[in-house]
Design a protein. Structure first.
Lengths: 295, 243
């Protein structure tokens, strides 16, 4: 019984639809608040504190402390260790990930667990293992010292400790990507007549290059900052085996607060540079990233 | 090239994929391996291409034993079900891949590679897409690029694994004719795997109907489409082609 004259009620304004997955404003603000607070307390405040402490007595004092021989030696050693550990771990990581994802064999799950081991073992324990293996009073270590190649309390020990701790980063980034991509592109390249070596360089590596880059950058950041395992094997000889984190701790314990925090600021800056590099590459190669759909 | 399959069987660990099968594919034929999943048809195709090795039996190309030949030595143009185009390369680079991978002595010069890629792009009727990436192509275009890439190596035979599987019905019909034309033009012995009996019957000169069982896939019947329709050799074949 509708009368033609009856007008349907017209809403004052168009109804606003909320996307099904969107939360109410209260929940959103709560979540944003928690995230911001967490970031501020856990990340921003300590970072700011490091730089503030470093500059507590002005730029000049900070720069002077960094030009001190101990500081310069520490920076040089850390960069050297990183330059050794990161490329080697990149190679091992690629080899391990390639082996795990492109072949079927027994004990695969065990190997994956083994690769993760450095994440779950305390770095101090890792350092102790190296001492037990290569220490001067073990058969192997004693022989190496006699040959003039000490491992513990020397550069090789620090490099080994750093590599142990940072081993999983590259492999862990690569394995899921390579599993997702499967072997079919490699098979296609085989049918087109390419050799295994050529396939690796022209098909496998280009397909994993972004994951590899992330792995290497993470590995790099961690390698520069490694303290626990290195502390056990380094012997903390100034100018010889004291890396940046070790030197920072020693300076701090000696109440050289400006020196300690200046060096800490440099270490932090190196890590930040790594992150900036990653972001810059992401922006620059956004198209390529979208094409290989990952991250 | 004539392909002979002589009592080939394949086991994957404890599972039997192929019961010993024998088959002769005459030179220049367009052959369909037709069967439900689990009938071993893809396994047989991969054995021909050298991507799997048989547990027993022999493969002969033109009467020569080819069982031990590596994938590269077989020179089989292979089109994968998912096409397996190199995603970080342009269409041009994809098609040129096989030519660039040749040893220096037999590798054509750059200009010659470009000329051949251009010709193949014409053959698949997509002359303008050389600079695009696979993600920028439709499914049908990708399939044709995969075909061109396989043809670029001047293969001795063409092997296609469910070449139309991932396409919608209309594109599928078009590309069927496309494959027929390319086969007729190149004269290559061509084997394709399909589970679609219409596709097999319409396109192939010779249809190989396969069935699966716990002892592995086996061949039920080999024949011209009309003969198989007229005289199915078993109840399985009758059911499968009338489905």
């Amino acid at each position: 019984m509708f009368d033609a004259g009856v007008k349907l009620p017209v809403p004052a304004k168009a109804p606003r639809f909320r996307p099904a997955t969107q939360e109410s404003p209260a929940v959103r603000w709560l979540l944003i608040g928690i995230a911001v607070l967490g970031l501020a307390v856990l990340v921003v405040a300590p970072l700011a504190a490091v730089f503030t402490e470093a500059l507590a007595k002005g730029w000049a004092a900070a720069v002077t402390s960094l030009t001190h021989k101990d500081a310069r030696d520490a920076i040089r050693l850390t960069l050297l260790i990183t330059a050794i550990a990161v490329p080697l771990n990149a190679v091992f990581g690629i080899a391990a990930a390639w082996f795990i994802t492109k072949f079927d064999f027994r004990g695969k799950a065990f190997l994956i667990t083994l690769i993760d081991l450095p994440f779950s073992v305390s770095p101090v324990v890792a350092g102790l293992c190296l001492v037990l293996l290569f220490g001067a009073n073990t058969a192997l270590g004693g022989w190496l010292v006699a040959q003039g190649y000490p491992i513990i309390f020397a550069l090789p020990g620090i490099a080994l400790a750093t590599m142990f701790v940072t081993f999983p980063f590259v492999a862990r980034e690569l394995i899921p990507v390579m599993i997702e991509q499967g072997r079919v592109e490699e098979e296609a390249a085989l049918t087109l007549g390419a050799s295994g070596w050529r396939i690796f360089w022209t098909v496998t590596l280009p397909n994993i290059r972004w994951a590899l880059l992330y792995g290497v950058l993470l590995c790099n950041a961690r390698a520069m900052g490694e303290f626990g395992a290195v502390a056990v094997v380094s012997g903390k000889i100034r100018g010889q085996t004291a890396t940046m984190p070790i030197t920072i701790e020693m300076m701090y314990n000696e109440y050289l607060s400006v020196a300690a925090f200046s060096l800490a600021a440099v270490l932090t800056a190196l890590a930040l540079v790594t992150l900036l590099l990653k972001t810059a590459l992401e922006i620059r190669h956004a198209d390529a990233l979208a094409a290989t759909h990952r991250h | 090239m004539q392909i002979e399959i002589d009592e080939i069987s394949k086991q994957f660990g404890m599972t039997a994929a192929l019961h010993p099968v024998s088959l002769t594919i005459p030179s220049g034929a367009l052959v369909a391996l037709l069967g439900p999943s689990g009938s071993g048809k893809t396994t047989l195709l991969r054995i021909l291409g050298g991507l799997e090795f048989p547990t027993s039996g022999r493969v002969l190309f033109d009467g020569q034993d080819a069982t031990g030949l590596t994938v590269q030595e077989r020179r089989a143009g292979f089109v994968f079900q998912s096409y397996a185009l190199f995603r970080h390369m342009t269409v041009f680079e994809n098609i040129a891949y096989g030519l660039k991978a040749r040893p220096r002595a037999t590798r054509p010069p750059k200009a010659e590679i470009a000329r051949r890629v251009g010709k193949l792009l014409d053959l698949i009727q997509l002359p303008e897409i050389g600079a695009r990436y696979p993600t920028q192509l439709s499914g049908g275009q990708r399939q044709r690029v995969a075909l061109a890439r396989a043809l670029a190596i001047e293969p001795r035979m063409l092997l296609l694994d469910e070449p139309f599987g991932a396409l919608d019905a209309k594109v599928r019909k078009e590309l069927r004719q496309g494959l027929r034309d390319i086969h007729d033009e190149t004269g290559l012995t061509t084997v394709f795997v399909t589970h679609d009996q219409d596709e097999a019957m319409e396109l192939a000169d010779l249809v190989v109907v396969m069935s699966g069982s716990s002892t592995g896939g086996r061949i039920e019947q080999i024949g011209k489409p009309a003969d198989i329709r007229a005289r199915p050799a078993s109840a399985f074949v009758r059911d499968f082609i009338s489905a």
